[in-house]
Design a protein around this ligand. Structure first.
Ligand SMILES: C[S@@+](CC[C@H](N)C(=O)[O-])C[C@H]1O[C@@H](n2cnc3c(N)ncnc32)[C@H](O)[C@@H]1O
Length: 379
């Protein structure tokens, strides 16, 4: 057991024994305070009831049964009818609230992990590599830990994507996303960057590079040097690995920065998170941008980082506008207040399975969504 007071610990009892272990939650959830032991005898109804009341179930039974139990709990959650919201904004807020509640309830099924990330349960899969990629190499001190099954499944899914990669048509190659790094699964915005007329081929900045995908696209288009920044350690490591895999290390330099690197460039590209809302966990930071902080930071700093005649490419979807989270006028006002003018705009409609699913709670906003590349210049 760890003695580091900053490491969260989960406590439970087994008969007369008071036990504890390191608690792992990449979502930043606190260790559950009420924990009971559970095994194959537990019914889905009982599990659902306990979990809804905030009682965590530390699994001792067969691993595959724990998976099935959680699926049965999910069905119980998803059966619940929700009131029709009055506006798209109400729908968005209700949807996020329901998602958070769902995550809390399903997050109550807990799995023990040994120090080397093996799972000491019957029929358990080997998750060692997936865990090591996210938590770091196993603890030499022999500390065991506890994690929610839901998080563990997220880690395993991320590991598969990282291994397999995502085909990027504009690159004719694959990009391998890391856990917690914005994944370029929706390719339309990449298409916009692949087809916009380049103002120069000498130098570009890619602000908030994530997997490094846009820097790589610019490199493939012949931009001689690209400085790609990010503020997140996982994104930096991920971008570096992708750049190396694509053999672009001569052209693309990945560096840690809060938005811009020093200096000016004739082209500065940025794809900030599209929704001005509070992330509910650290791994949602690439999707939600509270108070449009990154968007504003990019716009406000752009003119000072553009060479004369240079262009800033802002990639942004209008999903937030359809949800009532930000108006077009407010975006125009931000561009204006930053001393920028719009040189041009290229729009694309997302091809998103949910955009064609009327049962999705955000269907109307999704179906109307347009992603744009705004070409901005200093006034
Ligand atoms: C929506 S993702 C876009 C990633 C990538 N450019 C792409 O298009 O797939 C936004 C990225 O910006 C990064 N980011 C957020 N705030 C930042 C800041 N202040 N400085 C640098 N990067 C930041 C996030 O870590 C994330 O990787």
């Amino acid at each position: 057991m760890t003695t580091d007071p900053t490491v969260p610990v989960i406590h439970w009892t087994d008969g007369d024994l008071e036990l504890s272990a390191r608690w792992r939650s990449e979502a930043g959830a606190a260790p559950p305070r009420r924990v009971v032991l559970a095994d194959d005898r537990m019914t889905a109804d009982a599990a659902y009831r306990q979990a809804s009341e905030g009682v965590a179930l530390l699994w001792r039974g067969d691993f595959q049964n724990a998976r099935q139990l959680m699926q049965a709990m999910a069905r119980r959650i998803d059966r619940k009818k929700h009131k029709s919201p009055a506006s798209p904004l109400d729908a968005f807020n209700a949807h996020r609230q329901a998602q958070a509640q769902r995550a809390r309830t399903l997050g109550m099924v807990l799995i023990p992990l040994d120090a080397d990330y093996s799972i000491p349960l019957r029929r358990a899969p080997d998750v060692k590599q997936a865990c090591a990629e996210v938590y770091g190499e196993g603890d030499a001190g022999g500390a065991s830990s506890v994690v929610s099954l839901r998080e563990l499944q997220g880690l395993v899914g991320a590991h598969e994507w990282r291994k397999k990669g995502i085909e990027i048509a504009a690159l004719g190659a694959r990009i391998h996303p890391y856990y917690g790094v914005f994944s370029p699964v929706r390719g339309e915005y990449i298409e916009l960057v692949a087809r916009a007329p380049l103002p120069s081929r000498s130098l570009a900045f890619d602000i908030g590079t994530g997997t490094g995908v846009l820097a790589a696209v610019l490199a493939k288009r012949g931009v001689e040097r690209i400085v790609a920044t990010d503020a997140d350690a996982r994104a930096l490591a991920c971008a570096r690995e992708n750049v190396a895999r694509l053999d672009l290390t001569e052209q693309v330099q990945v560096c840690e920065a809060d938005l811009f690197p020093p200096g000016r460039a004739p082209l500065v590209v940025c794809n900030p998170p599209w929704l001005p809302a509070r992330p509910s966990s650290p791994i949602e930071r690439a999707v939600y941008d509270p108070d449009s902080r990154m968007l504003r930071g990019f716009l406000d700093g752009l003119a000072a980082h553009l060479e004369p005649g240079g262009e800033g490419w802002l990639i942004l979807s209008d999903f937030a506008e359809h949800l009532g989270l930000r108006s077009r006028e407010a975006l125009q006002a931000m561009i204006d207040a930053a001393g920028l003018k719009v040189i041009g705009r290229d729009d694309i409609r997302p091809v998103h399975p949910k955009a064609a699913d009327p049962s999705d709670p955000l269907y109307r906003a999704r179906a109307a969504e347009v992603t744009s590349l705004w070409r901005l210049g200093a006034k």
